[in-house]
Design a protein around this ligand. Structure first.
Ligand SMILES: Nc1ncnc2c1ncn2[C@@H]1O[C@H](COP(=O)(O)OP(=O)(O)OP(=O)(O)O)[C@@H](O)[C@H]1O
Length: 312
């Protein structure tokens, strides 16, 4: 059986500042299967970008291990880099450079001979809907077109794993939907594993079969729907969610004890939605409310793990 696309164990990053350490990522255990889209969800400052930077070899971890496409992050970073594509947050394009030139230059950076780099540029442009824009300077592209080009640049080396950092931030709803289609096509047509960070639960919901939520530098993954249902059906939890108490560690120590048995977990957003819709039978809870509740649950569980670690 082939190894997972991404596997991390206890991945940690601490920044040492003059006034003390910042524990940006506190020991993440993640497994992402090949060909899967993983939505890595969390609010500002949760540690998403730090995690991503470690996984794409830009930032050395302070502790833990990771394997990407079967290559060890610490011992074989070059092997990792050859097999991944990385699309950073927007802003890296040369405004004066035409789309074709950007694509060819990227191919050359990946050591493709000139002819192969040109062919690859045409191929990607066809695939990602950039053909009509090839002679346009990147400064003259719309936000959505620019994003598509950035993703094409990340695909030049035919990566096994594509990392996208907040791919739709700043896009209008139409461009977001187009980009989601593109990401789905990349997965189905190329079999690429996609790891994307996002602030938006609807984005993770639309794209990802698996979702990992980050809270205070701790990731939670691997929850089967029954496990999640067991948590959600715990007496008192709906009230806590509705009251908007995101981290009621001190208020519900009994519940937190229970939570420690099912963490780490992974689940699909659909499962979360079903759990909450089932819980509030008679259909009075709209999907939007279910999503909000799910997000609150993630925060609660992040707090639970933090709490249990602190006690360990
Ligand atoms: N170079 C650094 N030095 C010190 N602290 C840092 C550094 N980079 C990130 N941090 C801190 O680590 C934590 C996680 O930051 P990170 O950028 O990974 O979060 P994020 O989830 O990507 O946030 P956002 O959604 O705002 O991009 C934050 O508290 C941040 O201030």
């Amino acid at each position: 059986m082939s190894s997972p696309a991404i596997r991390t164990r206890g991945l940690t990053r601490t920044f040492q500042l003059k006034n003390g350490p910042v524990h940006a990522v506190r020991g993440i255990d993640l497994t992402v299967d090949r060909g899967e889209i993983l939505g890595f969800l969390g609010p500002n400052g949760a540690g998403k970008t730090t995690t991503l930077h470690m996984l794409v070899t830009l930032l050395p971890p302070s502790g833990g291990q990771a394997e990407i496409a079967g290559h060890d992050l610490l011992h074989d970073p070059v092997g990792v880099r050859r097999r991944i594509g990385y699309v950073a947050q927007p802003g890296g394009l040369d405004p004066a450079c035409a789309v074709r030139e950007e694509l060819i230059t990227q191919g050359r950076l990946h050591r493709l001979p000139t002819t192969a780099a040109r062919e690859r540029a045409e191929e990607l442009a066809t695939d990602l809907g950039l053909l009509d824009l090839m002679d346009r300077p990147t400064a003259a592209l719309s936000g959505g077109q620019r994003r598509r080009l950035e993703i094409a640049l990340g695909m030049v080396n035919r990566p096994e794993v594509l990392f996208l950092d907040e791919p739709t931030t700043g896009l209008d709803p139409g461009s977001r939907a187009e980009l989601w289609d593109l990401v789905r096509r990349i997965r189905t047509e190329h079999g690429t594993t996609v790891f994307l960070t996002t602030h938006y639960l609807d984005e993770a919901d639309a794209l990802a079969a698996a979702l990992s939520a980050l809270s205070y530098g701790l990731a939670m993954n691997v929850a089967t729907p029954p496990e999640f249902a067991a948590i959600a059906n715990t007496a008192g939890m709906p009230l806590m969610l509705l009251s908007g108490l995101l981290l009621p560690m001190s208020l519900a120590p009994g519940w937190l004890d229970g939570a420690s048995r099912v963490i780490p977990f992974r689940y699909t957003v659909d499962a979360v939605r079903q759990v909450f819709q089932g819980h509030y039978a008679n259909g009075t809870v709209a999907v939007g409310a279910a999503v909000t509740l799910a997000l609150a649950a993630l925060c609660l569980l992040g707090g639970a793990r933090l709490f249990n670690r602190a006690r360990a």
